[in-house]
Design a protein around this ligand. Sequence first.
Ligand code: BGC
Length: 744
Amino acid sequence: MRKDVKIDTKKMEKEIEKTVRKLTLDEKLAMIHGATLFQSGAVERLGIPAIITSDGPMGVRAEFMSDRWIPAGNNDDMVSYLPSNSALASTWNPKLAHDMGHVLGAEARGRGKDVILAPGINIKRDPKCGRNFEYMSEDPKLAATLAVPFIQGVQENDVAACVKHFAANCQETDRLMVDEEIDDRTLYEIYLPAFKAAVQEGGAYSIMGAYNKINGYHCCENKMLLDGILRMEWGFDGAVISDWGGVHKTKEAAECSMDLEMSVFPDFDDYKLANPLKELVEKGEVSEDRIDAKVRNLLRMMYRLKMIGKHKDSRQSGAYNVPEHREAILKTAEESIILLKNENKTLPLDAKKIKKLVVIGQNAAKVHSDGGGSAEIKSLYEICPLMGLKMYLGGNVQVEYVKGYYVPEKPKTFEQNWQATSLDDLKDTNVGQAVRDEAHEHENHRKGEEERLAKLEKEKVEIHEKNRQLFAQAVEAAKDADAVIFVGGLNHDFDSEGFDRSDMKLPYEQDLLIEELLKVRKDAIITFVGGSPVEMPWRDKAQAILWSYYAGMETGNAFAKVIFGEVNPSGKLAETFPARYEDCATGKNGQFGKWGAIKLEEGLYYGYRHFDRQRITPAFCFGHGLSYTTFEYGNFTLKAEKGKNVKLSFTVKNTGKKAGAEIAQVYIAPISPSVDRPVKELKAYAKVELAAGKSKKVSLTLTQQDFAYFDEHLHDFISDAGDYEILIGASCEDIRLKGIATLA
Ligand code: BGC
């Protein structure tokens, strides 16, 4: 049972100060860099333990050997596999975000961890970013409002959330070196708000510096970011941990708020904040005070986690693989599934009317938990959609599964983890050098990427040859079934750390297969499991389209319950699904996935902010998601108080025959702004659960900050007086209610 202890800040600071004074230089240095791949150095003499970290966002990662990226091969490190952040965000449910944070924190503590390297809250700037599946949304407000309860949920287990990757880590191509040119307004309005909320509202104990550069400086040694914004403007007093291998220059990292350097190679003494820093201190080039500041930040986090200090005995012990975790995961998975299209009430299927079900597509039978990069999980189990369907229907229904398309086999090698090889080139250039050879690093990376792409091209030929027969088999099987479900999408060969997707198309010629299937079965239910948007050129021909992100160990159960109507889908898109990649802001300006440097030319206008402005209709817009019931909005009132908040209320009524939940979204649209502003921006939302025929009143408050934009000259947010349209919508395009708020 949790014993709530209130930490006396004054006493804590005093104790920390006393400890800092007792530590020798070597001991302090040991504390501020990795002593194993996932732990900092301990100081046994003073009872200061190592800080034990672990990935990651979808569950607690399996154990590695301490100095090599080789799985330890244990049988006691299987865990609950949580829905990815992209799935979680589709629920638009802060309560579930809290529950998932709580599960992750409890499992991390149960596995003896101090810091869990999650949540990933980077803004989805481009749909091709390889790690989008790990992130929440394209919208800062949605990401912020889910990150906060998630972090609180983690940390109530006496485990620190390490919120990552600070900041603007929005592409994987050249991720270690890419320099992102971002103007201040874009940074403050788009890429920083979720991190600010994580720190100020979520109370995150730690934050991870990103790999990329912002305006010429690597995030892990970026004074503007770490000192100016994070510490001074936001008042963060927790620990900054580098991404693994994210520190490049000793003096710069020493002299800014980078507290703990972690990396990927085993020569721990050569880490920048180890011997190289010691040399600089001894030569008088870096003051020891800089190291003290880092140690203080780490000790503060340890104190809060009850790793040290007088509350040590009341630290929670956590638990992993407990049934309650699986229940919470199932509930989240259920709410994360998004019904994109449903003509003629094709869904839900009536299980009683089905004697033969044909399931087509490799994602029906695939498990995904063991891939994706550092988010990989050794899941206790993972129920794939096919198993979910079979478990739901039982033995009296014939479920025929055909692969439908060919996926080249990728034997998993367990000797060497990808993480070692993907960052291998760091090794050549890092050891002991003050400045790394960037040209060399680029070349190494580029070579790897070229090889990967060449392999993909070769595979395409093989896929094409093998698909002829598989397509014919699938089409044949579909003809005489009572119902046909296609389960395709992506997998972690595409949604992955370390590289971006080369296009937004479905791999393995799935588009061709879907076209062929729809010719013989108009009612084929087209479903996907994936981590990022795909083009769906055939979408007008399909009657029902369902999307699931990687939704955790219970994916298959949630999937079956939605297909057969036991669960009424209530997920909505937390990102735009463009019709074609070229329609995106980055698809137009070409400033994504480049090597060396990118310029965020589109500024605020990416995602729905771009589609709105350019009046481009996406395939499925931000905030879109259908239900098996219908909702009506009404009784809109709003009241703007002078210099104060704007209070809104409206009702949502379930006008159909099934219980369901609606996500009502509040956008503000400035009518005559003094500066260029997005047509509309999400500022609030509410998820309303309603029995058939029932209605509920929703009351929400918009603050002055919700109306504000960032003024670069004042370096502050300001809100213009004047009229703002307040739009209440079922999605960003389906606006149901409008009103005007006048700000004095
Ligand atoms: C990733 C981080 C991860 C770290 C440790 C890095 O490659 O970018 O997200 O937490 O490795 O595995």
